[in-house]
Design a protein around this ligand. Structure first.
Ligand SMILES: Cc1cc2nc3c(=O)[nH]c(=O)nc-3n(C[C@H](O)[C@H](O)[C@H](O)COP(=O)(O)OP(=O)(O)OC[C@H]3O[C@@H](n4cnc5c(N)ncnc54)[C@H](O)[C@@H]3O)c2cc1C
Length: 288
């Protein structure tokens, strides 16, 4: 058997970026799928249109991927729509807008001084408290953006979650501390919760699982699996179910619908709801 300096498991963007950085070594990338690129897969359909099964947008806090593209001569197409989507939610009132911009500057300032996410000063404060008093329009902006990015409200989230904004990505292997700035953007989210964890469990991406969302109106809507999870990734409810079963010794539900039934039994606002009653249009919780 041939000996290598390095073997990289997985030819997704993380594996490919690592391979590019280590290309001075004798290395091999092992990929289980029939394509490289992992969750960035796109397929050309008969007749010409492209079907995207995964990531297409590279935001400016992904310097490693931007560098990978640059070094390979891959063109990244600038998208104002994506870059500015959060601006669409900005309040019309100039005073409220100024409040929002001040809040955003504070977030960027806080993110430019990375601290361990386990720090109590970050974890024990809700994002709303950290933002402080502001007009209804400005608070509404932050609530909408938080809902959009985190499926939660500013009151639910700790500062860790709130400063998330670019969030889940903090756990991404795409972000590294050793590239402080990039010409396509000044913001670099360093670190990552995975660096602090003793155990990292593979969690399926949102399009790889099913479940329900309850929106700000209290409307419960189902969402369905669009693509199969990669490798050993599992929906969060399944990961938690396994942990629960291990801790309690009791069997945990094995399907999202069974978890929803438990929710309906335990939380009065959801009482009587089922996947059937929610249907395709959703159902509003009784307390809303
Ligand atoms: C529909 C969708 C849309 C998304 N949109 C965006 C977006 O617009 N912007 C964005 O930033 N992010 C987006 N994401 C998230 C983004 O795709 C992922 O964060 C990113 O692709 C993860 O890269 P990765 O290399 O860490 O993992 P993956 O892309 O999952 O790659 C892991 C690779 O490892 C392989 N593998 C697994 N186990 C083994 C093994 N035992 N041996 C060999 N190979 C193995 C897998 O086949 C896979 O190719 C999206 C995700 C999905 C699913």
């Amino acid at each position: 058997m041939r000996q290598r300096d390095v073997v990289i498991l997985g030819g997704g963007l993380a594996g490919l970026a690592a391979a590019q950085k280590l290309n001075h070594l004798d290395l091999e990338v092992l990929e289980a799928a029939e394509w490289v690129g992992g969750r960035t897969r796109s397929v050309r359909l008969p007749g010409g249109p492209w079907m995207n099964f995964g990531a297409q947008y590279i935001t400016e806090d992904r310097p490693v991927i931007v560098e990978l593209a640059d070094s390979l001569g891959v063109e990244l197409i600038h998208s104002e729509m994506f870059e500015d989507y959060y601006k669409l939610l900005l309040p019309d009132d100039p005073a409220a807008r100024a409040e929002v911009e001040a809040g955003m500057s504070r977030i960027e300032e806080a993110q430019s001084q990375p601290r361990p996410v386990a720090s109590p000063e970050l974890d024990d404060v809700s994002f709303a408290d950290w933002l402080g008093p502001m007009s209804e329009a400005a608070a509404d902006y932050f609530d909408r953006i938080t809902l959009l990015m985190n499926c939660a409200s500013t009151v639910d989230l700790s500062v860790v979650g709130g400063l998330w904004v670019w969030g889940e990505q903090r756990t991404s292997p795409w972000n590294t501390a050793d590239i402080p700035h990039h010409d396509r953007g000044e913001l670099v989210v360093a670190g990552g919760t995975s660096e602090l964890a003793d155990i990292v469990l593979p969690s399926a991406a949102w399009v790889e699982r099913e479940g329900t969302f309850t929106n700000f109106e209290g409307r419960v809507q189902r969402f369905r699996t669009a693509v199969d999870p990669f490798g050993s990734a599992r929906p969060d409810w399944d990961v938690l179910g396994h942990v629960l079963a291990t801790v309690t010794g009791e069997a945990a539900p094995v399907r999202a619908e069974q978890w929803f039934r438990r929710l309906a039994e335990a939380v009065p606002a959801f009482a009587g709801m089922t996947y059937r009653s929610i249907g395709d249009t959703g159902q509003v919780v009784s307390a809303a």
